[in-house]
Design a protein around this ligand. Structure first.
Ligand SMILES: Cc1cc2nc3c(=O)[nH]c(=O)nc-3n(C[C@H](O)[C@H](O)[C@H](O)COP(=O)(O)OP(=O)(O)OC[C@H]3O[C@@H](n4cnc5c(N)ncnc54)[C@H](O)[C@@H]3O)c2cc1C
Length: 308
């Protein structure tokens, strides 16, 4: 494995009050659903929002910063990521709570936990989060959604820290949401969010959550090493139908395969590299373009650099 220069000693010396964990050359593959990719030059797990602000404020401006959630929508390339990868931990950023019709969550909280917190408080409307395997940070960046609802429909406001370490609040409108996208400054690291629920009978909420779960188990390869929907649905079209029509169901490149169960999902069958998965995705795009004239857009984020 190619290693990056170790910047930990000099950064720690420049940040005497740092409380979070800073590691050099830390493998990222175990932190993603695909289980592929190279290391982070630095992996930082802040103790809390103040620690994150302190770190970013003191970090030299020429060092790149990338934030990840639980990697359910990510391909980390095989050469890894130079600079700092920030991963928020459950300890400082994983809280959920409910007050009146408002559900609050730290951005390391899993979407599923937020659906649970809402259900426990008798608040409906957030059941769709029950089936999305990411964190609230990923949901804010991706405008994650399912079952006809998306983050845009339920968010009141988000808190975030910018590259210079300062805290910001963004209203729903300021998040600039569109389909699987937030137009908010890409350098912002979301730290917490507040959602509006609708008072509802708990049994109805539970039944809806069960239905979300049941649908997933039968329609998606949820137990595989995957990244969820690979491509966005083009307006008025289903990506999976276009992929199927182009003859790509089950297609393989190295250890990567187009899922037989849901052909907008790519799978690491065990031995795939990030390169295999990305090449497979690009092959699918090219075949769909030839077959239907439609250019699929990646929904999965691809980060880092290829191996030389
Ligand atoms: C089996 C399966 C099913 C899925 N089903 C759905 C579905 O139904 N609907 C759906 O929308 N998605 C679905 N996904 C995709 C994925 O779960 C979502 O996109 C999720 O929101 C990603 O969250 P994450 O924490 O894994 O983010 P990651 O994959 O780690 O990162 C995704 C993006 O979010 C950014 N990000 C993460 N945390 C933060 C933060 N704190 N601040 C700023 N940016 C941040 C990252 O930089 C990156 O750009 C599915 C994935 C899988 C594997």
């Amino acid at each position: 494995m190619a290693l990056f220069p170790d910047l930990v000693p000099e950064l720690k010396a420049a940040m005497p009050q740092l409380r979070g964990r800073l590691l050099a050359n830390e493998p990222l593959a175990p932190l993603t659903w695909f289980r592929v990719g190279g290391p982070a030059q630095l992996l930082f797990t802040p103790a809390d929002a103040d620690d994150l602000g302190y770190f970013l404020g003191a970090l030299p401006r020429d060092i790149d910063v990338t934030v990840v959630g639980v990697g359910s929508n990510l391909i980390v390339r095989d050469g890894g990521l130079p600079g700092v990868v920030i991963r928020l931990g459950g300890r400082g950023f994983g809280e959920t709570s409910a007050d009146g019709d408002v559900v609050s969550a730290g951005t390391a909280a899993l979407d599923k936990r937020v659906a649970e917190a809402a259900a426990n408080a008798g608040l409906g409307g957030l059941e769709f989060y029950h089936g999305i395997p990411g964190t609230i940070g990923g949901a804010l960046r991706m405008n994650a959604g399912a079952n006809g609802r998306e983050t845009k429909d339920v968010l009141i406001e988000a808190s975030a820290i910018s590259r210079d370490g300062t805290l910001h609040r963004l209203s729903n409108a300021e998040m600039g949401f569109s389909y699987r996208h937030s137009g908010a400054d890409p350098a912002l690291i979301f730290t917490s969010a507040r959602f509006r629920g609708e008072p509802m009978d708990r049994a109805t909420i539970r039944a809806r959550m069960d239905e979300v779960q049941r649908h997933r188990e039968t329609a998606q390869p949820v137990r595989e090493k995957t990244g969820g929907s690979t491509f966005k649905n083009p307006p008025g079209q289903s990506a999976w139908k276009l992929i199927d029509a182009a003859g790509c169901r089950g297609l393989r490149v190295g250890g990567a395969q187009v899922s037989e169960m849901h052909c907008n999902f790519l799978i690491n069958t065990g031995s795939a590299t990030a390169q295999d998965i990305e090449t497979l995705g690009d092959t699918v795009r090219a075949r769909v373009k030839d077959h239907s004239g439609i250019e699929l857009q990646w929904e999965i984020k691809r980060i880092g650099r290829a191996l030389d």
